[in-house]
Design a protein. Structure first.
Length: 961
């Protein structure tokens, strides 16, 4: 396959240029920023497609916004001459392949033409640059060996990229000391959950101590009641002993009290039974209240409706979200396009001066055919011609009229001599003649004796006089005529004079001269002034008459041209009026009218199409919006429609899950509530029975009955005691010497003990109720179970991530095994050819390229020493890389006969290495070489190749040096 020609429509800085290539070696030369890399990328972009807009690769779209793309013309051994054209279209561009037989093809035919090579595969073999070679300095031994291996076998670069991707994915899943990878995050979450579980477990473990404490409290209550009984017994004995003192009086008083109290009955152990029943009832009611609060809370949190059908519909709509956003994006694009077109239309209409819809409709329906445009140009040319002629005639008329006016003004402004001055001027020639004669006479008399008597002087003076008179007549110079007459008179006088006049005449002459001599200059000026006035007046009158004739002629011509122009303007107004224009526009913009009208019509058609598409999209959006609003049953904005839909979906899903959970918990709690209610009913019945037995309606009455019963018993006992004492003196509980004060002190002691015991009993009862509530709450608390369930879920997620990590690890291992197979099976043939090239390039210094068992490259020197590839110089590494590339390209020539594209890869070579590299390239001329360089020496080295100077590329063809 040979590239013959590039035709660039627009790519980067290049626009509308063509470049011709030969079938052999082509040197694309140019200084930095000349556009060499742009041409190289143009070849790759047209062959394999434009990069995605969000990719790291440059798209090289033309800055001026022109046509994007171009053609590559090539000849192929199988398909013959073909032209590949790729222009702006879908993301990778629209491609068309033109074959030699006239057929065309698309992307699939291009893939067949390129032998199904993608860009990465092509660049891994047939295209490389200095940047790839410079990367060797940054590689370690394994990376360098793999790069060389990829250069020597097809497909290995893809495997290497896949292996790197797998390693990247594994790193994203797990790192030994990482925090961000997913597995590390899951393990951290499991550790935190484990801590929470331990805390909840510690709470659960508090249950047994609480039960033990409840038993201890019951024992303490029993002990306190025994102590209370002892105290009361002691008090009774003390009271009896105190009463023994005034036996008789006291017995009578006691009998009176017993009579007032009457007969009483009280249940056995009533107080203990009452307090026990009351305590249990309080505990049961507290438990019931707690259960009812939980049920009320659960019922309050319980969703009222079943949203299963609504949830299904929302799920279906969420699956169509991309379609909604696509419509909205299309709507925005169409709206922007309509706005742009509307703005463009309005600008065009403003420029045309068209106002209102009627004018716009007239423009849309106007006939802008070529015939009409030709008719318009004919009228325009005629009108322009008449305008030019009329303007010229107006200028001529104005100029002539202005000249006539100037002549009239000059004539009016010409100073007119007075009558006295005219009279003096008319008389002055005669006086001047006499004055000249007198001066001549005087002069003649003075010099008569000195001068000869020859007659030549009078004759000469007569000739001079004739010359002056002739000159004055021809030039209309009155002064010359007068002077000529004077000189002639003197000459005649001299000629006729025969002698000297007498002294009297001389005296008269001298007197005449003295009288008029001082006026000579003044009169000369006056004569010149009058002569100038007459001459100028005659000239101006003649000029005014001639200009008057010219003004009439120019006026007639101007009127004729104005009539013709008016007729043509009327015709042109009628023609322009058909397009909605009132009055004659500026002739300079008339040629633009048809172009602008056509542009308005084109914009109108585009707006109509865009509006139709917009209405269709809006209909779909409105239908979808109404459908979602009907399902949501709430007002919602179109901008956050799907956001609300997703929130509703999540909310409904959570409500369903919450309802299930709450229902389960309610069903579990209800039996406890029933049991508690039954217990409360039983305790209430027992309490009522106890109150009834005591004849009391309330606990207060019960305690009063108890007190009365106790008081009666006490009185009876006292009476009995007194009677016994009185009758038989009875047993003595205390010594007789015990005083009443001592007895009072003991009574106070025991009463204080009873008060302390009562407080302690209340505290123990409250503590017991709190512990009972706590233990029952621990029995119903599900936090521990929920945490345990979440812990198991996280463990399952971690297991799934571990599976993903294991799968990628397996793929990475499989790639390594595949690399080993490639080294053993496919590489030897290419490696053998590469060794020959490497040997030639290094001038026999290195004779072989060897792959070790570990998969690293080594070279064998001429003295038998082996060196790892990483220890070689940069240029030697590049020689090994180029050798493998060239060997691989030669080995697949039959299946992939592509040109080799190089971007300045030899600039690090010295003169000897460069010379050997040139010989290697020359020996591989079966391939077409396209070499891009900014170094003039490379162009000079390959003077026999086709030199293309990028800086001299024109718009028609490549500049070949």
């Amino acid at each position: 396959m040979k590239i013959e020609k590039l035709l660039i429509y627009g790519f980067g800085k290049h626009e509308n240029i063509s470049i011709n290539f030969s079938s052999g070696l082509n040197i694309v030369y140019g200084l930095n920023e000349a556009g060499k890399t742009t041409i190289q990328q143009f070849i790759l972009h047209v062959l394999f497609g434009f990069p995605q807009r969000n990719s790291a690769s440059l798209r090289y779209e033309p800055k001026s916004g022109g046509k994007y793309g171009g053609q590559i013309q090539l000849v192929d051994q199988v398909y013959g001459r073909c032209t590949i054209e790729r222009i702006r279209g879908k993301s990778s561009g629209d491609v068309t392949v033109y074959f030699e037989d006239g057929t065309t093809g698309g992307e699939e035919d291009l893939k067949a033409l390129l032998r199904h090579y993608n860009r990465a595969s092509f660049e891994s073999i047939f295209s490389f640059s200095l940047l790839q070679l410079q990367d060797f300095e940054k590689m370690d031994e394994n990376e360098l060996s793999r790069t060389l291996l990829a250069s020597g076998t097809t497909g290995v670069d893809s495997l290497i990229q896949l292996e790197k991707q797998m390693e990247t994915d594994m790193g994203e899943l797990f790192k030994k000391s990482g925090r961000v990878p997913k597995m590390n995050v899951k393990m951290k979450e499991l550790r935190e959950l484990e801590v929470s579980l331990k805390e909840e477990q510690a709470k659960v473990e508090e249950y047994a101590p609480s039960i033990s404490r409840i038993h201890e409290i019951e024992e303490q209550l029993s002990s306190r009641r025994n102590q209370e009984s002892n105290h009361r017994k002691q008090l009774e004995q003390l009271s009896l002993h105190r009463q023994r003192l005034p036996l008789q009086l006291k017995r009578e008083a006691l009998r009176q009290q017993l009579m007032r109290i009457g007969t009483t009955s009280f249940p056995a152990d009533g107080i203990r039974r009452l307090e026990s029943t009351t305590g249990k009832l309080i505990e049961a009611k507290a438990a019931k209240h707690r259960i009812e609060e939980e049920l009320a809370e659960f019922n309050a949190r319980m969703p009222q409706n079943d949203h299963g059908d609504q949830l299904s519909k929302i799920d279906d709509l969420l699956a169509k979200e991309s379609e909604w956003h696509g419509w909205r994006s299309t709507k925005t694009t169409l709206s922007d396009e309509i706005s742009r077109l509307e703005s463009l239309k309005q600008r065009l209409l403003d420029r045309l001066g068209v106002k209102g819809d009627d004018g716009y409709q007239l423009i849309i329906e106007a006939d802008v055919s070529l015939r009409k445009e030709e008719e318009m140009h004919e009228l325009l040319n005629e009108l322009t011609k008449l305008n030019n002629q009329t303007d010229f005639a107006e200028k001529q008329y104005a100029m002539i009229e202005h000249e006539a006016e100037q002549v009239r003004e000059q004539l009016e402004a010409l100073p007119t001599p007075s009558a006295e001055e005219r009279k003096q001027a008319e008389e002055w020639p005669k006086i001047q003649q006499q004055l000249a004669e007198a001066k001549a006479y005087i002069s003649f008399n003075k010099h008569a004796r000195k001068e000869s008597k020859s007659q030549l002087l009078p004759i000469g003076m007569l000739l001079i006089a004739i010359a002056f008179v002739g000159f004055g007549v021809i030039q209309l110079q009155w002064f010359s005529i007068v002077l000529g007459v004077i000189i002639g008179g003197i000459g005649t006088f001299l000629y006729s004079k025969k002698g000297v006049e007498d002294d009297s005449k001389l005296t008269a002459m001298e007197k005449f001269v003295s009288t008029h001599a001082h006026k000579e200059q003044e009169m000369k000026q006056l004569s010149d002034y009058i002569e100038f006035y007459i001459r100028e007046k005659n000239r101006m009158e003649e000029a005014g008459h001639a200009l008057g004739i010219k003004v009439k002629t120019a006026k007639r011509e101007l009127d004729r041209l104005s009539i013709l122009r008016s007729q043509t303007e009327v015709h042109f107004d009628e023609f322009i009026g058909a397009y909605g224009f009132d009055g004659l526009p500026s002739l300079g913009i008339i040629p633009e009218l048809f172009r602008m009208i056509r542009e308005v019509q084109e914009v109108g058609r585009e707006m109509k199409d865009a509006n139709n598409q917009l209405r269709s999209i809006e209909t779909k959006l409105e239908y979808r919006f109404e459908e979602i609003r009907h399902i949501l049953q709430q007002a919602v904005s179109k901008d956050n429609l799907y956001e609300v839909l997703r929130k509703t979906f999540i909310q409904l899903k959570e409500e369903i899950e919450t309802k299930k959970s709450l229902t389960t918990r309610i069903e579990r709690i209800k039996p406890s509530l029933v049991e508690t209610n039954e217990l409360i009913d039983t305790l209430v019945l027992n309490l009522h029975a106890l109150l009834k037995e005591a004849g009391a309606e309330t606990e207060e009455d019960f305690y009063k009955a108890y007190d009365l019963h106790q008081e009666a018993n006490r009185l009876k006992e006292q009476v009995g005691s007194l009677e016994s004492q009185i009758a038989a003196s009875g047993p003595a509980y205390f010594e007789e010497q015990t005083t009443e004060n001592e007895i009072e002190d003991k009574i106070t002691f025991h009463e204080t003990g009873l008060s302390i015991i009562a407080d302690e009993v209340d505290m123990l009862i409250n503590e017991k109720a709190a512990l009972v509530n706590k233990t029952e709450k621990l029995l119903t608390d599900e936090t521990y179970g929920q945490l345990l369930q979440l812990f198991e879920i996280k463990k399952a997620e971690l297991a799934e991530l571990a599976k993903e990590w294991s799968a990628r690890k397996a793929i990475s291992e499989a790639i390594n095994r595949t690399m080993m197979e490639l080294k053993e099976k496919k590489l030897p043939e290419v490696l053998s050819h590469a060794e020959q090239m490497f040997n030639e390039l290094t001038d026999g210094k290195y004779t072989a390229l060897i792959i070790t068992e570990k998969g690293t490259f080594e070279v064998l020197s001429g003295n038998g020493m082996r060196y790892p590839i990483i220890e070689l110089s940069q240029a030697t590494k590049e020689q090994a890389y180029i050798s493998l590339r060239m060997a691989l390209a030669a080995s697949i020539l039959e299946t992939a006969p592509f040109p080799i594209i190089m971007d300045d890869p030899f600039v690090h070579f010295d003169e000897e290495r460069l010379s050997r590299m040139m010989k290697l390239v020359d020996s591989a001329r079966v391939h077409q070489f396209i070499y891009f360089t900014c170094h003039k020496k490379m162009k000079d080295y390959w003077a026999d190749g086709t030199i293309i100077n990028v800086s001299e590329i024109g718009s028609e063809q490549g500049a070949v040096v």
